[in-house]
Design a protein around this ligand. Structure first.
Ligand code: GLY
Length: 360
């Protein structure tokens, strides 16, 4: 905030607070708009589940806070919210019914990174990832080592599996195979769909949050419970620097949500940032990386009959001059943005129009 006058700062802080009051009232996304913003105030970009994160991060930046502190404070709200079953506490578990969390952070001004993967029992993996950045000589700590590291820093251990998530897992467990001894409850055929607790096609979910201040400092965080019902120990793109998150203070930042295996294979977020370095606008850089995913998805089981991917990935990008964008393989996606004093959802660009009857 060093280059804002006190008056400008107070106006900026007031605008952020006013937007906060409006945020709860935002029910529907606005129409697509030119993805450009003045970097004079905070610019924060997140996945669609990150409206509270963008608001919080913008408030922290407007108050003079560091961009990494800001985005981590933003995603902490979602990590601690049991209602979001894709992130942190209440996230869907692995195939054994155990929640394992992944997160990474990058701080643009110092070019530093930290991450944790397959972390159990800690609600806020992004805060542990930030401590890996700040208090170790490492970038990534996984599994039992990550838990012991969190313990050493005084994090409270909790059972991350909420009753709601347990019921979803149990339904999956009882229904996913007829070749085991788990049997679902007797439900009349007609009631089956209405009694279903596992959302159809629900497999991936994540939050990413990228923040920029008036000094053109950029930071980012990605945090997730990963693929639901995964093989224990599976690690997706979110905690991998260059895949689920990449920040370069000279260019900007990118993050991803969706099928992590596809993002890992193309070093997704790094590809987006490098495309921006080469001169692409953020939204074009996201589309460029998505095309690489389509080109590298060779497995028949991952393609529709017409050859297009049967899954979705979204990239989100923020350039150091305050431009931003989001794009998905399939239409219908949205992303959260705080820019020019306004918090809102915007529509993602996309490669393919989603068939009305299909759920991706
Ligand atoms: N993108 C989240 C994951 O695949 O784990």
């Amino acid at each position: 905030m060093g280059d804002l006058s006190r008056r400008g700062f107070l106006q900026s802080a007031a605008a952020v607070a006013a937007a906060g009051a409006l945020a709860d009232a935002v029910a529907e996304a606005e129409q697509p708009q030119p993805a450009a913003a003045s970097p004079a105030g905070p610019v924060v970009v997140s996945s669609a589940n990150g409206m509270r994160a963008t608001q919080k991060a913008a408030e922290v930046i407007a108050a003079g806070g560091d961009t990494l502190d800001a985005v981590v404070a933003g995603v902490n709200i979602v990590e601690e919210d049991p209602a979001d079953m894709t992130v942190g506490y209440g996230g869907l578990p692995n195939e054994d019914g155990v929640v394992e969390l992944d997160s990474s952070v990058m701080h643009g001004p110092t070019c530093r990174a930290g991450a944790v993967a397959a972390l159990r029992s800690i609600k806020t993996p992004s805060r542990v990832a930030k401590l890996v950045l700040e208090r170790t000589d490492h970038v990534l700590i996984v599994g039992e080592g990550a838990l012991r590291f969190a313990r050493a820093h005084g994090f409270e251990e909790v059972n991350l599996l909420t009753d709601e998530a347990r019921k979803v897992w149990l339904e999956w467990k009882e229904r996913h195979s007829e070749d085991d001894d788990w049997i679902p409850p007797e439900v009349p055929e007609a009631d089956r769909e209405s009694r279903r607790v596992v959302p159809r096609g629900f497999t991936y979910g994540t939050i990413t949050c990228l923040g920029l201040n008036a000094k053109r400092e950029v930071s980012g965080v990605t945090t997730t419970s990963g693929l639901s019902f995964k093989i224990p120990g599976r690690v997706g793109d979110s905690p991998i620097i260059g895949a689920g998150l990449f920040v370069d203070n000279e260019v900007g930042a990118a993050g991803s949500t969706g099928r992590g295996e596809a993002v890992l294979k193309i070093c997704g977020a790094h590809s987006v940032v490098e495309a921006m370095r080469g001169g692409m606008a953020p939204v074009d850089a996201c589309l460029h990386a998505l095309k690489r995913i389509v080109a590298t998805t060779t497995e028949k089981r991952l393609r529709l009959k017409d050859g297009r991917p049967n899954f979705d990935v979204k990239f989100y990008a923020l350039s150091r001059d305050g431009r931003f964008g989001g794009a998905a393989i399939w239409s219908g996606g949205k992303y959260a943005v705080f820019a020019e004093g306004r918090n809102r959802l915007e529509e993602c660009a996309f490669l393919y129009e989603k068939p009305k009857s299909e759920s991706k």
